[in-house]
Ligand binder design. Structure first.
Ligand code: AHR
Length: 505
């Protein structure tokens, strides 16, 4: 028996909606086919954007979308993706499958997509192979509301009004695919490039994201912060005061290591627990990178932006290895549940996170095949967690939570939880049972609250369960009614391999 104690009166911090963000790169079938099919497609679309996918993402309440990469960002030249489509340059996407990129999805299309989704925009600039001028002009093109060469070009291309960039990434993985730089070299480039990411609209300053570490590269975090840390300050139009609003972190779960990775659907209990333990490692990464950030930024003025995370398995048999297309099982759902609980509990430092990637690539929430679309188990977790967005984290603690796993190295807590109180006064509880076999009786006890309104949802299935185009609803969120309220406590059994969400008043 486990007891989940909740002190709903003890608010511990704001859960930024952006923690539930997504990432879309020009990679495989993410943008093309997955999101954008073009206006002439037989697949129902609005201005070229798939209607089924947009509707599903809105229902999931997508808060922010990062684009155009990833590694692609540091090879992307935005001017190739504007103007009449027939004149747009074609290029080879050297990173991802060596296919032809026809640039039919560019800046205008990205902002159209975000408008349809109703989400914030996170544009990632090119430091690795781009110039300061190119980056600076992109920002001018998108955001300047006046007379200027770039604003005039935007108008000529059919968009009179500027758009809003909420977040701007100055390069991507510049320790690797973004230029193989040292932290000091990148830190100095960051100082320079970000200077020209101008806030043309002073009422809506762009939040600048500095390229942070890969996994446990604490040397990078220290080196970059030492070189270019300066917290945000009220902008005076010069772009010189305060150099950053966030530092990124990338971490993927490869259960069998980076080289082998392992199948997305064919795994045993041992690999399940390895996967969970590797996902739980996110907490150590946040703590340790966070400790370095604390030395420079004790008031936590800049955010940790985990703008690439998720499971990275071997591609589905018969698919292009450069397209990173993988299935998504209950294992992915539990990784998502666990990771989102970790982010919620570290909302003092983690201000944004983007799961990689949104459609048809890595740990996607949506998979498509021609006109067909399926929602993955990970989608359902994001949907079940959506009430945490912009809510206040509150105190929670599980008594009697044991450790499970394999070998000494791969141990995880049996249950993972996080709890928030939202603007409507509801207490939102999300709880995952990471065991493959063990059902756990749970009692939820509150400090004061006497629950009178309770709604709950559950995602449960055996560990390999997933959705296919033939069986699209094999795994789906269901109403959960199997609980009792005794003496103000909510009592239920959390099935093995399940994610449960409660909304309580
Ligand atoms: O998400 C796939 C790739 O992983 C991204 O392009 C890159 O940033 C990371 O290495």
């Amino acid at each position: 028996m486990a007891k989940l104690y909740i002190n709903e009166k003890n608010k511990k911090g704001h859960i930024n909606a952006e923690i539930y963000g997504h990432f879309s790169e020009h990679l495989g079938r993410c943008i093309y086919e997955g999101l954008y099919v073009g206006e002439d497609s037989d697949i129902p679309n609005v201005n070229g954007m798939r209607k089924d996918v947009v509707d599903a993402l809105k229902e999931m309440k997508i808060p922010v979308l990062r684009w155009p990469g990833g590694c692609f960002a540091d090879e992307y030249h935005w001017m190739d993706g504007i103007g009449p489509k027939e004149n747009r340059k074609k290029m080879i996407n050297t990173h991802w499958g060596g296919v032809v990129e026809d640039n039919s999805f560019g800046t205008h299309e990205f902002f159209e997509l975000c408008e349809q989704l109703g989400c914030k925009t996170y544009v990632n600039g090119n430091v690795g192979s781009g110039t300061v001028q190119e980056m600076s002009e992109w920002v001018e093109y998108i955001t300047f509301n006046g007379v200027s060469p770039m604003a005039d070009l935007r108008k000529k291309n059919g968009h009179e009004k500027p758009w809003k960039i909420d977040y701007f990434g100055v390069g991507n993985e510049n320790w690797g695919c973004g230029g193989n730089m040292t932290p000091e070299y990148y830190g100095n480039l960051y100082r320079r490039y970000q200077t020209y990411v101008r806030h043309y609209d002073h009422t809506a300053p762009i939040k600048k994201i500095c390229g942070g570490p890969n996994v446990a590269d604490y040397f990078w975090t220290e080196g970059v912060l030492k070189t270019c840390f300066a917290p945000p300050q009220p902008d005076e139009g010069q772009g010189t005061k305060g150099l950053m609003d966030g530092l990124s972190l990338h971490y993927y779960v490869h259960p069998e290591g980076w080289k082998i990775k392992g199948s997305a659907t064919d795994f045993d209990d041992k690999v399940w627990y390895k996967t969970m333990a590797k996902a739980a490692y996110m907490e150590e990464l946040i703590d340790r990178h966070g400790a370095i950030m604390d030395q420079y930024d004790p008031d936590k003025k800049i955010g940790m932006v985990v703008d690439e995370w998720g499971c990275w398995f071997t591609v589905e048999p018969g698919t292009n290895p450069g397209f990173l297309y993988q299935q998504n099982t209950m294992r992915d759902a539990l990784v998502a549940g666990l990771t989102l609980n970790i982010f919620n509990k570290h909302c003092d430092r983690v201000k944004m996170a983007c799961i990689a990637q949104m459609v048809n690539v890595l740990q996607s929430v949506i998979l498509t095949e021609g006109p067909k679309m399926i929602l993955t188990p990970t989608y359902h977790v994001f949907h079940m967690y959506k009430h945490h967005q912009d809510a206040e984290l509150v105190d929670s603690y599980i008594e009697g939570n044991k450790t499970i796993g394999v070998e000494e190295e791969y141990q995880v807590p049996l249950l993972s939880e996080s709890v928030s109180v939202d603007a409507e006064g509801y207490v939102n509880v999300t709880l995952s049972n990471l065991s493959v076999t063990e059902e756990v009786p749970v009692d939820i006890a509150f400090a004061d609250l006497q629950p009178s309104q309770v709604t709950a949802a559950i995602l449960k299935q055996e560990m390999h369960a997933h959705n296919t185009f033939e069986e699209p609803e094999n795994v789906k969120e269901e109403q959960f009614t199997d609980y009792e309220i005794n003496d103000g406590r909510i009592c239920f059994k959390a099935p093995a391999c399940s994610v449960i969400s409660f909304r309580i008043k």
